[in-house]
Design a protein around this ligand. Structure first.
Ligand SMILES: [Zn+2]
Length: 297
């Protein structure tokens, strides 16, 4: 019995030994050592490389903080930039000669016919502004004013800037006016608005931001009242105060209180017919003359 029992025990021990060696070998493969990791570093590195490599931020949106970051290339020790001195236009001044003198500027003329429309036939703006200015001159002189015209429709002063194009542009007109000891400057024009032929009426423009703004405003009110009183049945004349930078050149550069009157719209049939009418021109000029007389007295 002992022999019988001892034999399987030796076999069992041998089996257990084989199993133990097998398990030891299997455990050695299943639990890698540090040496195994090092040896397989390339593979591990590829897998984890996307984590360890800094992300490409070249396409990342630029944050406000970055765009608002101060420009550090400017040394802080630089002196602060100084604003260039504000230099407005220079206006000539004259001593008061005791004579009330008004300069009248008939818009356009010579090589510049101004605006026109079918309602004016073969006439244009220049054929309205000059006749009204000539009538106004007579009326103002009758009231005791001295009147100087920038031009008479035949010639214009050659002492002014003259670029030879025969247009007598606004800069040339003001260049001439600046040589005159005058008390008021008035430019006469016609308006146009092709988009809507129903637009009509007189507009009196003056420039804000000049040394003469307050007086120009007061005079514009007087002239407007004079026109409305002279033409009680017409559409009421309106005043337009213009920002200096966008104001018509002649009214922001005049060296005295000034206005530019757009008599009416050549694109409106009623306005056009009125502006071509001698009677209407006389009445309209009466209104301006009375307004200026009211302003100066
Ligand atoms: Zn004009």
């Amino acid at each position: 019995m002992k022999k019988l029992t001892s034999f399987p025990r030796r076999i069992l021990c041998a089996i257990l030994s084989v199993v133990f060696v097998f398990l030891l070998s299997a455990c050695r493969d299943a639990v890698p050592t540090g040496g195994d990791l090092s040896a397989d570093g390339g593979g591990v590195g590829r897998d984890t490389g996307t984590v360890s490599t800094p992300p490409d931020t070249s396409d990342a949106p630029v944050t406000d903080a970055q765009t608002d970051a101060p420009d550090t290339t400017v040394p802080e020790t630089d002196p602060p930039a100084t604003e260039p001195p504000v230099t407005g236009p220079t206006y000539p001044s004259f001593s008061d000669d005791g004579v009330l003198t008004i300069c009248l500027d008939a818009g356009h003329g010579f090589g510049d016919v101004g605006t026109d429309s079918a309602f004016l036939g073969d006439k244009s703006e220049k054929d309205i502004t000059l006749p009204i200015v000539l009538k106004l001159k007579d009326k103002l002189e009758a009231l005791g004013f001295t009147v100087i015209l920038t031009h008479d429709g035949q010639t214009f002063p050659k002492s002014a800037i003259d670029n030879g194009d025969n247009l007598f542009n606004p800069k040339e007109r003001i260049s001439y006016a600046h040589t005159l000891n005058i008390d008021y400057f008035l430019s006469i024009h016609c308006d146009s608005y092709e988009a809507d032929s129903s637009v009509k009426g007189t507009r009196v423009y003056y420039s804000m931001g000049t040394p003469y703004e307050s007086d120009s405003s007061t005079a514009a009110v007087k002239i407007t009242k004079g026109i409305n009183d002279a033409l009680p049945n017409a559409k009421k004349t309106v005043i337009r105060n213009m920002e200096f930078d966008s104001a018509y050149y002649v009214i922001r550069m005049a060296h005295v209180p000034s206005a530019l009157i757009e008599i009416g719209f050549v694109t409106n049939q009623t306005d056009a017919e009125n502006m071509l009418s001698e009677d209407w021109q006389n009445t309209f000029a009466d209104g301006i003359a009375n307004g200026l007389n009211d302003y100066f007295t």
